[in-house]
Design a binder for this molecule. Structure first.
Ligand SMILES: [Mn+2]
Length: 356
C-alpha cells in the first residue's frame, strides 16, 4: 500500500508540502488543480508545474483528486460531448506527467455534504457531522445558511459564487431519475475508458457522501450493488472505484470489509480513503479520529482485509479533526490527518508482517 496525503495546492491549502514531507512513510501527494472549473481541459503547463513542485519537495504525484465532472455530463445534455472531449484531453495530459489514478465523483450538484463543519467532540476538538433533520425538504435553508456563513473554506459545491446558480441547477435535475443518472455515467465511461486504457490511467469513482439521496437529487454510488453496476457499465480494469471507508461506512447496512474483499479481489480498487466516524440514528453521524476506539469502524479489520485481499494501490487518511488550535480547511487540517497517516501506517506494517 502506498500512503498518500491530499493537498489542494500552494494557493488553496494552508498545509505546506514541506510539512507533509516530514511524515514518515508518506511519499505520495494526492494533488489537484483546485482552480480549474468542472468541464475545463486542464492546462498542461499547470500540470507540469504541480508535478515539479511535488517532486522538488521529495515526493511523488501519481493520484489526482478530483477532476470534476461538468453538470451537463451528469444531466446528459447535448453539450456533454464537448465537456467529455475536454476530459479526455485532461486524461492525456495527466498521463504524460505520470498520473496513474483519477478520483472523481458523480454526485449531482454537490460533493460531500455535512450539516456541521465544526461539531465539538468531548475532548474539545471539532470534526464534520451530519444531521438528517437539517437537510429535509428543499435545499433553500442550506443555501441561506451557506450564504450567511461566509466560510473561508466552504464545502465543495457550496462556494459563494455558486450559491446563486443553485436554484437553476435544482430545476435542471427535476425529473432526472437514478436510471437516467446511471445511463449518463455509462455514456461518460464508454467515451473515456478507451483513452484511459491507451494512457494507463485508472478512473476511481468516489461513493456518494452521505450514501443516501439528498434534497430529492438522485444518488447512484451508495452501496455494494451500485458499485457492482458501475464496474460492469464498461468492463475494464481502468473503470475502478475509490473505496471510501467513511462514506460507505456511514450506512450501517454497508458491510465494508465484504465490499473490500469483493472489489479488491476483482482488481477494481486503485485508491482507498480511510477514516472513522460514529454513527447515530437515522443515518446521522459525526466523524472522529482514525483509531478504531474512536468510532464505529474497526480500522484494524479494514487494513487487515485490504492486506489479505492483496491491495497494493494508494491509500490516504481521509478527513481529520481540528486539534491543537489549528484552523483551516474543515476536514483537511494537518495535525489529525498526520496522526491518522501514522496510525494507518502502523496497522499496515503489523498486518503485512503478520501475513508473511
Ligand atoms: Mn472519501
Amino acid at each position: 500500500m502506498k500512503m498518500s496525503f491530499r493537498w489542494f495546492g500552494e494557493d488553496a491549502d494552508p498545509v505546506k508540502l514541506q510539512q507533509i514531507r516530514q511524515l514518515p512513510g508518506v511519499n505520495q501527494i494526492v494533488g489537484t488543480l483546485f482552480d480549474q472549473p468542472a468541464g475545463a481541459a486542464w492546462p498542461e503547463a499547470e500540470i507540469a508545474a504541480l508535478k515539479q513542485q511535488v517532486e522538488a519537495a521529495g515526493m511523488k504525484l501519481e493520484v489526482i483528486e478530483s477532476v470534476n465532472i461538468h453538470e451537463d455530463i451528469k444531466l446528459g445534455r447535448p453539450s456533454r460531448d464537448q465537456y467529455i472531449a475536454n476530459y479526455i484531453t485532461t486524461i492525456k495530459r495527466l498521463a504524460k506527467y505520470g498520473i496513474k489514478v483519477i478520483c472523481y465523483n458523480f454526485m449531482p450538484i454537490f460533493d460531500w455534504t455535512r450539516t456541521d463543519l465544526f461539531y465539538r467532540l468531548p475532548d474539545g476538538s471539532t470534526d464534520l457531522a451530519f444531521d438528517h433533520t437539517q437537510v429535509q425538504g428543499s435545499a433553500q435553508a442550506m443555501i441561506a445558511k451557506a450564504k450567511a456563513a461566509h466560510d473561508e473554506y466552504p464545502m465543495p459545491g457550496w462556494e459563494p459564487e455558486r450559491l446563486d446558480d443553485l436554484a437553476t441547477l435544482f430545476t435542471a435535475y427535476e425529473g432526472v431519475t437514478e436510471a437516467d443518472l446511471a445511463e449518463n455515467l455509462r455514456y461518460f465511461l464508454a467515451a473515456i475508458i478507451p483513452t484511459c486504457e491507451a494512457e494507463g490511467i485508472k478512473m476511481a469513482i468516489h461513493p456518494d457522501d452521505p450514501p443516501q439521496p439528498l434534497f430529492g437529487l438522485p444518488r447512484i454510488v451508495k452501496n455494494r450493488n451500485d458499485l457492482d453496476r458501475i464496474i460492469h457499465m464498461v468492463d475494464s480494469p481502468m473503470n475502478g472505484l475509490t473505496l471510501c471507508v467513511g462514506s460507505l461506512g456511514e450506512d450501517p447496512a454497508n458491510d465494508v470489509p465484504a465490499i473490500i474483499r469483493e472489489f479488491v479481489g476483482l482488481d477494481r480498487v486503485p485508491f482507498v480513503h480511510a477514516r472513522n466516524l460514529k454513527r447515530g440514528a437515522n443515518g446521522d453521524f459525526h466523524e472522529t479520529a482514525h483509531a478504531s476506539s474512536a468510532g464505529s469502524i474497526d480500522m484494524y479489520e479494514i487494513i487487515n482485509t485490504l492486506t489479505e485481499s492483496g491491495f497494493d494501490g494508494y491509500i490516504r487518511p481521509d478527513h481529520g479533526r481540528m486539534i491543537w488550535g489549528e484552523t483551516g480547511r474543515a476536514g483537511y487540517g494537518l495535525y489529525d490527518r498526520a496522526l491518522g497517516s501514522q496510525y494507518l501506517n502502523g496497522l499496515i506494517e503489523a498486518c503485512a508482517k503478520a501475513a508473511e
